[in-house]
Ligand binder design. Structure first.
Ligand SMILES: NC(=O)c1ccc[n+]([C@@H]2O[C@H](COP(=O)([O-])OP(=O)(O)OC[C@H]3O[C@@H](n4cnc5c(N)ncnc54)[C@H](O)[C@@H]3O)[C@@H](O)[C@H]2O)c1
Length: 340
């Protein structure tokens, strides 16, 4: 099989590429990535030497480039490329609309024209909006996005589904809960906490810390996407979640415990506007229909993640010393976090 993976230099995309090279060593993989602030080719150093892996720097919204790539007889497109951080979508929504909506539509158009055999749109549980204290999102839950990020992802989902209904395109959509693991950019909660704690710096938590997320280790998500690629039914949505619900506060408490750090390093900061209270995924469909199940418990995954950041300091040091510093100070402009 020959795959076009977009956004493969980001967190989940790079983990997915490494997973596929390991589990399908005869597949050819093209990684198309614009290398925004979130794209990092250092994630793929171990893939770079493989004759089955090609990197192309470019934009999914560049139709000519995407056509040229698809002309090389690509069997499937897996679209990870996105602006992915909710906080950034609140500060500057425009890029989210351009990449997440327009970019996806251009990619769909190109894939349709070249009759690509499979198109997987990588989406998020955030498109469903916020839950009360009980219940879980199923694939038939109405979409109710609340941030510019989730609204742009919901729009892309609807366009992708429309291409299935209208043009008979072989589109599938995956909606996954919060991923964590190696190579996650240290602006997201877990890598931010772990890297700050490794430096004995404070960990910012939004609001009262009681927002609930459903956590999945990134390689479990990679395995689920691999299954959807091979066994998924055209036109279907698959929820992917491992069933590890936790408040942000409880999650950070676990990290503090595992790292042997004091609770006094937690700093509560002003809540994110429109912050969804609770997400929880019902993954029964992918479990029952495709035979998927998560392998990594939250405790195992947290240990592996802490271990990875502890032993890859050069990776995140380079990120934290650059453009990210200015963004961090703008976003978490609170006393007590100076110099984080
Ligand atoms: N991180 C999560 O917990 C999570 C959960 C559910 C779904 N998702 C979805 O999974 C996908 C990947 O998320 P992530 O956390 O790896 O994101 P990320 O921000 O780490 O990576 C995104 C990648 O896309 C690239 N990119 C951005 N705009 C592009 C463009 N116009 N053309 C080509 N490449 C472009 C970036 O350079 C980067 O490498 C996204 O679609 C996201 O919505 C993420």
């Amino acid at each position: 099989m020959k795959l076009l993976i977009t956004g493969g230099a980001g967190f989940i995309g790079s983990n997915f590429i490494l997973f596929m090279l390991e589990h399908h060593p005869d597949y050819d993989i093209i990684n198309l990535d614009k290398l925004t602030y979130a794209g990092n080719l250092e994630n793929l150093v171990s893939a770079a030497g493989s004759r089955h892996y090609t990197f192309i720097r470019g934009d999914i919204a560049d139709a000519k480039l995407v056509h040229d790539i698809l002309d090389t007889r690509v069997d499937a497109v897996i679209n990870f490329a996105a602006e992915s951080h909710v906080d950034r979508s609140i500060l500057e929504p425009a890029a989210f609309i351009t990449t997440n909506i327009l970019g996806t539509q251009i990619l769909l158009d190109c894939a349709r024209e070249k009759r690509v055999g499979r198109f997987i749109q990588i989406s998020t549980d955030e498109v469903y909006g916020s839950l009360g204290p009980s219940g879980r999102f199923s694939e038939t839950t109405c979409l109710h996005p609340n941030s510019p990020y989730s609204a742009s992802k919901a729009s892309a989902d609807m366009i992708a589904h429309a291409y299935y209904e209208t043009f008979g395109m072989p589109v599938m959509i995956t909606r996954t809960s919060n991923n964590y693991g190696p190579y996650q950019f240290p602006e997201k909660l877990l890598p931010l906490a772990v890297t700050n704690l490794l430096e004995d710096r404070p960990v910012p938590i939004y609001g009262d810390g009681m927002n609930v997320r459903d956590w999945i280790f990134v390689t479990d998500n990679a395995e689920a996407i691999d299954l959807v690629l091979h066994k998924g039914k055209e036109g279907e949505v698959y929820n992917i979640g491992a069933g590890y619900e936790s408040t942000n506060k409880a999650l950070i408490d676990s990290v503090l415990r595992l790292m042997g750090k004091p609770e006094s390093l937690i700093t509560y900061v002003k809540d994110r506007p429109g912050h969804d209270r609770r997400y929880a995924i019902d993954p029964s469909k992918i479990i029952n229909e495709l035979g998927w199940s998560p392998r990594t418990s939250l405790d195992q995954g947290l240990k592996a993640t802490i271990d990875w950041y502890s032993t890859h300091r050069a990776w995140w040091d380079r990120i934290k010393s650059g453009e990210y510093l200015a963004y961090y100070e703008k976003n978490y402009a609170v006393k007590g976090l100076k110099g984080y």
